[in-house]
Design a protein around this ligand. Structure first.
Ligand code: SF4
Ligand code: SF4
Length: 325
């Protein structure tokens, strides 16, 4: 029997060097609740290209021309995890926020290890170096790009082809590593829950002021993200029940203290390029204070969602990770 050739293969072996831990990660809202004393939360809004049949995707020496089933695979992810307005597609995810001048995740220890590894690090970090918004059959393009990117250069953890000393991660349009398959599926499931519990509500609340305004959309940098306060997501879940509201207030208190500490440390660094970040953090703090004032008014029963099944579901979603620490 002739063994078929291995196509688009990449191997991956993480030595935990910490090189790619150069920014705070994306987190689900429950993960952010769980790590509320470590990560300052924000919403990151980005454009996601819509794929077309016949489109050529190229990274390095890897090229794919999309057929109808490829586009259907991209569309299937977009339907459950992304948002559409005026012919464009957008992602809205919860994200850790910190001073870019630090060039490190706040959980990165000096020995390169992760401070929250044992308490359950964000699933995004387990997915590294794959991308949950890309169908499995195109993860080789993600790896081709990342192997050449600054965050991974020098670590040599992503190698093209099969290697005896590193496990095969992708080949022939499949994820070959069971742990990576599991992490991808958990991250996509978490994104789906975020989308359902607050993503759609946040998108609707920002529709007129952002997504329907070409001038406002110009604030999303090409290939990057617009960061805004995470308060709209909190307001979407807080109304489900009194416990959800109390957890949101508790989260806000932790975040206000963390923002204070972060700004105080920036003041001692005295860097000019930190100033706009400090300004944005103060904006986040103001938004938290306003939200806390609103949430601190006890809800009458008829102002709560009134849907006890919905309340139970939102509580279970937030409790999933938020209250275990
Ligand atoms: S750069 Fe590579 S080896 Fe280093 S921590 Fe990241 S994935 Fe692991
Ligand atoms: S949480 Fe841990 S694994 Fe994730 S980016 Fe930060 S230091 Fe790295």
């Amino acid at each position: 029997m002739v063994t078929p050739p291995t196509l688009n293969a990449f191997s991956f072996g993480c030595s935990a060097c910490g090189k790619c831990c150069n920014t705070p990660p994306a987190l689900s809202l429950p993960e952010l609740f769980r790590h509320r004393d470590l990560f300052i939360g924000c919403l990151a809004i980005g454009r996601v290209p819509r794929r077309r049949t016949g489109e050529r995707l190229r990274t390095g020496n890897h090229t794919s021309v999309l057929d109808e089933s490829d586009v259907a695979a991209f569309d299937s992810i977009a339907r459950t995890l992304l948002h559409h307005a005026n012919g464009e597609t957008f992602s809205i995810v919860a994200q850790g926020y910190d001073y870019p001048s630090l060039a490190r995740c706040p959980a990165l220890l000096d020995d390169g290890l992760c401070a929250v590894h044992l308490q359950g690090k964000p699933v995004t970090c387990e997915v590294v170096p794959l991308d949950p918004l890309v169908p499995d059959r195109f993860q080789h393009l993600v790896l081709a790009g990342r192997s050449q990117s600054a965050a991974y250069l020098g670590a040599d953890c992503i190698q093209e082809g099969a290697h005896a000393d590193e496990p095969l991660l992708v080949a022939n349009g499949r994820i070959e590593d069971d742990g990576a398959t599991n992490a991808l599926s958990r991250r996509r499931a978490a994104l789906e829950l975020d989308h359902a519990f607050w993503g759609r509500a946040v998108f609707a609340s920002l529709r007129r002021g952002l997504f329907d305004s070409a001038a406002a959309l110009a604030r999303i940098p090409p290939g990057g993200f617009l960061t805004i306060s995470i308060v709209p997501a909190l307001l979407a879940v807080a109304g489900a029940s009194a416990p959800c509201r109390d957890w949101c207030i508790d989260f806000i208190d932790s975040q206000l203290a963390l923002i204070d500490r972060s700004i105080a440390q920036a003041m001692t660094r005295r860097r000019l390029d930190d100033r706009h970040v400090t300004q944005e953090l103060r904006g986040f703090a103001n938004a938290y204070q306003r939200a806390k004032a609103v949430l601190s008014i006890p809800l009458t029963r008829n102002k709560e969602s009134g849907d006890s099944a919905f309340a139970t579901t939102v509580e279970a979603y937030l409790r999933g990770a938020s209250l275990s620490s």
